[in-house]
Design a protein around this ligand. Sequence first.
Ligand code: ADE
Ligand code: ZN
Length: 329
Amino acid sequence: MPLPIAELHLHIEGTLEPELAFELAARNGVALPYADAEELRKAYEFADLQSFLNLYYELMAVLRTERDFADLADAYLARAAAQGVRHAEIFFDPQAHTARGVDIGTVVEGLWRALGNSEAEHGVSTRLILCFLRDESAESALETLEAAKPYLDRITGIGLDSAEVGHPPVKFREVYETAAGLGLRRVAHAGEEGPPEYITEALDVLGVERVDHGLRCVEDPELVARLVRERIPLTLCPLSNVRLRTVDTLADHPLPAMLDAGLLCTVNSDDPAYFGGYAGDNFDAVRRTLGLGEERLRELARNSFTASFLEDDEELRARYLAEVDAYTF
Ligand SMILES: Nc1ncnc2[nH]cnc12
Ligand SMILES: [Zn+2]
């Protein structure tokens, strides 16, 4: 039985496995510029974040109907459950779909078909987090939040993703303020490729409660001290960092030093179809390569539930934490 964990950094579009991409392409009459799934998988060789994002957005062309989004989310939830995920807070990128003429309602309702049944079907509780694309305009983000208003009962929070460098958090001050007024929780990618200053800005200007990645905080000891003091969770994604070359090799990953420093780290998969592993695979990789022992693994699992947005169901959080405590390796 795998260690029970919460996954807090997962882009649903990044769970599109090549085989499902071809199945959906056939169903929707979309032509993909690859002969088959095997050839597509060979294209998963990335120099940096942008080279990954190019393929990530290109493949989304196959996602067109509610059923497509439901199938995508259902496939993820089944895989995640098999790896010990008990709770998943799932990002989606509405602008990447509305730009192709797919309505935000199609996306949310499609995802909800799978998420609404997930506890019964897969034993995985879920929350949905709407992400704005930071390389699009602030106006576009505001329009997206407006378009999401009919679906806010299904959306727990907002996030910020896509190309980081050159798109600092401050660009999205207004939409984060508006979202906070609507009662939405706030997270943002910061310090993945961008500098530590973006992490500080995400905290101070956007009011984020959790930082996605946050890896580059290690370059600024004062920032590390603040993150420790304020118990700000970081959603790290070790296999993603290797594939996108933000660390040279997994053995160089600062996770052990970050835990030693007292940071509230969690381990997640980011875009598992592209980066070689789901949440449990990331745990296995850091256990094997970074030599994390049982106490550290249990700490990471506890952190994932502590950092989750389960304030609306503290009983469930307590149940998950008890499962972690009772787990025998
Ligand atoms: N790792 C990542 N960083 C920024 N934007 C993303 N969108 C999907 N995955 C991402
Ligand atoms: Zn991400």
